[in-house]
Write a protein that binds this ligand. Structure first.
Ligand code: ADP
Ligand code: UDP
Length: 237
């Protein structure tokens, strides 16, 4: 499969057309941003890790469990064929443990293990800084239908159960993560975008060491090593 014209360049990936109007090629970059693009940098080797990790989790873990995803085929270290979707402009965030904006917003410490996972939505809109919204707001803004939102919620919790259990076998606590969903041409909702240390908080379950993008956001050092460590545990390398 060949890349045709570049359709989009985002903060972490480039998106290309292919001969097949239903398929795209995504190419993962080493560029890193945080705080809605205010902080910029490079995490060497990140694109390779995010590409391979996202493909592994979608193709080998979630698809066999019946979660439909956009994943089609890994072309090489950085490039993957995916089904083209119309992205539902919602960032779907699931949390198992308090951290990040949850801890800040509600004035609690990080690391509180919840009895039940939480779900929240942000409006995917960089100009507005991805504002938090509830399902009524999403309906009012016609971002998705009621049925689509219900499907997305069910799928997001399924993804959480599968990922949480799998990461635990690797000695990693899945603290929280962001998902994006999209509509195929026939309207079917599938999981899209990526699942990686850019989009998940991953803590070593013994030392509580952060193995994710918070090392970049908070200038903790050892960013590349943390991404490598997750990859090593995930794929034995
Ligand atoms: P951002 O747009 O937030 O800077 P990226 O750099 O990751 O993010 O760019 C990838 C873009 O491609 C995102 O806007 C994402 O929503 C979109 N995308 C992800 N998967 C698909 C897909 N299967 N079809 C169409 N668009 C997708
Ligand atoms: N997240 C993401 N992209 C975003 C916002 C959040 O991938 O635009 C992920 C983030 O990596 C974390 C989870 O979603 O795993 C929850 O993030 P939070 O709301 O705590 O925001 P942050 O602390 O990143 O500002």
């Amino acid at each position: 499969m060949e890349k045709l014209e570049q359709l989009y360049e985002g903060k972490a990936k480039k998106v290309f057309a292919t001969e097949n109007p239903e398929l795209l090629i995504v190419s993962y970059k080493d560029d890193a941003t945080a705080f809605n693009g205010l902080k910029k940098g490079t995490i060497s080797g990140k694109g390779v890790i995010n590409n391979r990790m996202s493909n592994f989790l979608m193709g080998k873990l979630l698809e066999p469990k019946g979660v439909a995803t956009h994943f089609v085929e890994e072309l090489n270290d950085r490039e993957t064929v995916v089904k083209k979707v119309q992205i539902v402009p919602l960032e779907v965030i699931i949390r198992n443990i308090s951290a990040g904006s949850f801890a800040k917003r509600y004035g609690v410490e990080e690391g509180i293990v919840f009895d039940e996972p939480t779900i929240e939505f942000s409006y995917k809109n960089d100009d507005l800084g991805d504002p938090l919204l509830n399902t009524y707001h999403a309906l009012a803004l016609k971002l998705a239908t009621k049925e689509e939102i219900e499907t997305i919620q069910t799928m997001a919790f399924q993804v959480n159960e599968a990922l949480k259990a799998y990461f635990k076998t690797l000695g990693i606590d899945l603290v929280d993560f962001k998902l994006e969903f999209g509509r195929l041409s026939d309207g079917t909702i599938v999981l899209a975008d990526e699942i990686s240390p850019d989009t998940c908080r991953l803590w070593d379950d013994k030392t509580h060491e952060k193995l994710d993008k918070d090392r970049f956001r908070r200038d903790l050092g050892g960013v590349e090593d943390a991404y490598q460590e997750v990859m090593r545990r995930l794929m034995g390398e």
